[in-house]
Design a protein around this ligand. Structure first.
Ligand code: URA
Length: 198
């Protein structure tokens, strides 16, 4: 099956996913699931946490204030957003932007696993601690996990069925929404992505 068809299958399952823990909240608010956006042949995949309100209203990942920060960070490293793939672990907005619950991650993450397998990125840039912990654990790197305050800006490698993949743990762009002083540190950390794909 073609990549686009496999992605459409994921979209259709999410749209029809009445068993999903945030499905009724989605429907009650006329929200959309946020599946992911970008090139299916991307070398770099960004994985955030869960959609916020703007994302749930539009169905597009990182289109609100954190998305503006992500756009600035991508511009800083000279990578067009259309060349990467952006998604989240949890595909529906949690109530009032609370942290995703472990059981929500358990149910939504297999969709992310399938997206990673379809895209086969060379680099997975995790945005925030939830995606760092999930992706690194999923790829067998749980033993080297440390707090994100230690891991951010580093580069780690895992073996997968389709080859080696580099994981770049990054702070979530929202940190710069609440503390503009963090933007410089985020920019410096994002530079690792250029190194990872070079
Ligand atoms: N925060 C996330 O983690 N993901 C989004 O899509 C938007 C904000």
């Amino acid at each position: 099956m073609q990549k686009t068809d496999l992605m459409k299958q994921i979209r259709d399952e999410l749209l029809a996913g009445t068993h999903l823990p945030l499905y009724s909240y989605r429907k009650a608010n006329n929200y959309f699931p946020v599946i992911g956006e970008g090139s299916h042949d991307a070398k770099i995949m960004f994985v955030g946490e869960a959609p916020g309100e703007n994302e749930a209203k539009t169905g597009k990942p990182f289109c609100g204030r954190s998305g503006k920060v992500l756009d600035d960070l991508l511009a800083h490293i000279g990578i067009p957003r259309s060349e990467v793939y952006v998604t989240n672990i949890v595909k529906d907005r949690p109530q009032a932007n609370r942290d995703p619950k472990p059981e929500e991650i358990d149910i939504y993450a297999p969709f992310l696993d399938r997206q990673i397998e379809i895209i086969k990125p060379r680099v997975i840039a995790t945005l925030g601690r939830f995606s760092m912990v999930y992706v690194m654990t999923r790829l067998g790197l749980e033993d080297i996990l440390k707090p994100i305050s230690v891991m951010h800006g580093g580069l780690f490698e895992a073996k997968t069925e389709w080859g080696r993949v580099k994981i770049a743990p990054l702070y979530h762009p929202a940190v710069a929404v609440y503390n503009a002083g963090m933007l410089g540190e985020l920019k410096k950390d994002f530079e690792i992505i250029n190194k990872a794909v070079s």
